[in-house]
Design a binder for this molecule. Sequence first.
Ligand code: CA
Length: 576
Amino acid sequence: MQNWTRRDFLRTLSVGAVAAGLAGCRTTSQVSSRAARRPNIVLIMSDDMGFSDLGCYGSEIHTPNLDALAAGGVRFTQFYNTARCCPTRASLLTGLYPHQAGVGHMMEDRGYPAYRGDLNQRCATIAEVLRPAGYRTYMTGKWHVTHYMNKDGPKHNWPLQRGFERYYGTIQGAGNYFDPMALCRDNTYITPQNDPEYKPEVYYYTNALSDNATKYIREHHEQTPDRPFFMYVAYTAAHWPMHALETDIAKYKGKYDQGYGHYRRQRFERMKETGLIRKDWDLSPQAGDWETFEHKNWEARCMEVYAAMVDCMDQGIGRIVAELKKQGAFENTLIFFLQDNGGCAEPMGRGADINEKWVAALKDLRPLGPDELQPKHAPPMQTRDGRAVRGGPTVMPGPTDTYIAYGRNWANVSNTPFREYKHWVHEGGISTPLICHWPAGIEARGRLCHEPGHLIDIMATCVDAAGAQYPTRRGDQQVQPREGVSLRPVFAGRSLPERVIFWEHEGNRAVRQGKWKLVAKHPSDWELYDIEADRTEMHDLAAQHPEKVQELKTLHENWAERCGVEPWPLKKPKKP
Ligand SMILES: [Ca+2]
């Protein structure tokens, strides 16, 4: 561990020890003996949120349930994803780098083994690994690791064929929260109107995911209370479109009228106070000028809805926690919370002339019947009740007939204090909170861990905690060795082994070794940063340390070759 991180680690360890004392001090032997019983594992991931969007990571957004998990567990300050939805999910599920799992980019089949847009057969999912160890396996939420979307199959890479016993969610990546495309129960597409198992008064996808997760926990304890379970809850909050329930939006009315810079500075100060970031780091450059922005009411409303989406997810996590407590399972459940990529700067639905184009492209608007599937995941599209979905700065986001992203400038607030966004592998694109909570298995509570970690570590941690065996074969195929390390030493206040971590997405690339990070934004040259002194990547040291640049560049080239990474943009593969 580096000097400053060790110092901070020990400082936060002592804070954690005090918190543990206040919570009713337990001894190490008590903790280990209770952890001997295999824990349930609940892996929760959200979509398109920045490093500072949770209360316990510096946000003004109300997230009391996640904050409570953080206070009772460990918060990682240098945990990393892959910068994008599909590759993150492929990596998280398999413990491999995304290219190794066949999802080096998104869902298109590009011909190369690392870019098939479909999990390959040379990887195993966490569910496939834990099930033979006696775990029941459940999933709610966004799948997004296959391009096989047809309702009549093939479904070899749908959740039930990749280790999960029950599934409720969307096979596709994004969509209308009031009428999601590719909504699915187990192996069958459904609509919000024709699902006999779930009939809420108002259908809203985030709540549907929380409610079905809660239901799976309840049913598990009715049916197989003596067995442990693994549950993966993949929220789409707070990916565009900005859709939320009016009751949740109302809590944030007027709360974002002071403009981007105000909230960024507020978050920056809070993060420094809580020890999440170092006090001497610079704040990354401001995106956007609030003073000159023409549609301030609309822009503020975008962030009000975004906050409401996060808030609603947090409420749902509260209901999941309450059900675990009700079933007496909370103490021995390992809960993870993390995010799939940084705040998203994509301009979906924000163009001044977008509304005309969308509406003009629609013909024959009519209500969809209860069994008719929503055919579109993005506009031009219609609502379930037959209205045109609208966008642009004259339309206030929130309801089902709108489709608008919160835009680059708010994403810059989400990613405080870092540079860049979803897609890029500078710290703003790949940094995620990771909260780990496990009363029976984590000794000191409320602690911050400053060691780097990556999605690939979640598989290793699950295998370790569950006492499972990572397989060497899947059917007649050899499974690739997993890449990550177990995070359990951190739960016991110890360090992780030193290793090198790699990224590549759309030609954006990075490598992290100790305090050094070599990073490039495609098609630009490499930049070198001392992450210990400058994690906001403001002082490029490449010219001062050419030997370090060369060393890390070679490591990256070797990794890219080992994992099948192709030069970007991908060329059409040669026909054999
Ligand atoms: Ca995402």
